[in-house]
Design a binder for this molecule. Structure first.
Ligand SMILES: C[S@@+](CC[C@H](N)C(=O)[O-])C[C@H]1O[C@@H](n2cnc3c(N)ncnc32)[C@H](O)[C@@H]1O
Length: 194
């Protein structure tokens, strides 16, 4: 597994004194996604966090919803030892059973095109209903992120590259949330984009 890059130095640099995002910020996002699932009448009972790093989503679920089954995985030996994840490479692994909610945030920019395409297929296999997905794009690197706080040494692709792959299995609900087409959730026409 190619995980040497994601060592203590990497985590100190991006998740130390000046983290790219705080646990509190992620808590708002996780709560919003969790409530939306209830609104769509398909509540979340199992959660998989992929490329979890510090594991903010899984920490939030374990603290706020202790009855929900939570698994967190990362390719990095350091992240697994420090934050308690199972060591898995999403380019080569998918779980034997799908999870209601899968989170993959800021991971796929570290994979080349072929690996990222395989990872997106594995994410689709892993997801029963909801996927929360984000990855640094060419546009983000130029226009949206704090360039000092963000690791820009990555495979920067267009947003459309990700949309095309994800659209094979998901509807884009927006704000990073994707709904598996094969799930029981029925979205009104204006709740998603084509
Ligand atoms: C920028 S961090 C994001 C961490 C967390 N998802 C977040 O949003 O704060 C990227 C993480 O992806 C993990 N990662 C990179 N390639 C991976 C792969 N092929 N499979 C699983 N995890 C991977 C790294 O070890 C690192 O923890």
């Amino acid at each position: 597994m190619a995980n040497q890059r994601f060592n203590k130095k990497y985590f100190d640099r991006y998740y130390g004194k000046r983290p790219v995002r705080s646990l509190n910020e992620v808590a708002h996002l996780a709560a919003a996604v969790h409530e939306l699932a209830s609104w769509w009448n398909s509540p979340i009972r199992s959660v998989l966090e992929v490329g979890a790093g510090p594991g903010d989503w899984s920490q939030w679920y374990r603290a706020m919803h202790p009855k929900i089954r939570v698994m967190s995985v990362d390719v990095s030996e350091h992240a697994c030892a420090t934050y308690g994840h199972k060591q898995r490479d999403i380019a080569t692994w998918s779980p034997p059973h799908p999870f209601d909610l899968v989170i993959c945030m800021d991971v796929l920019q570290y994979l080349d095109d072929a690996q990222a395409a395989r990872a997106l297929r594995n994410l689709a296999k892993a997801t029963r209903t909801y996927l929360y997905f984000d990855a640094l794009t060419e546009f983000d690197a130029k226009h949206t992120v704090d360039r000092d706080a963000t690791d820009l040494d990555a495979h920067l692709r267009s947003g459309n590259w990700y949309r095309q792959h994800l659209s094979r299995s998901f509807l884009q609900a927006g704000a990073g949330l994707w709904i598996r087409k094969s799930s029981s959730v029925v979205l009104h026409e204006l709740e998603h984009s084509r």
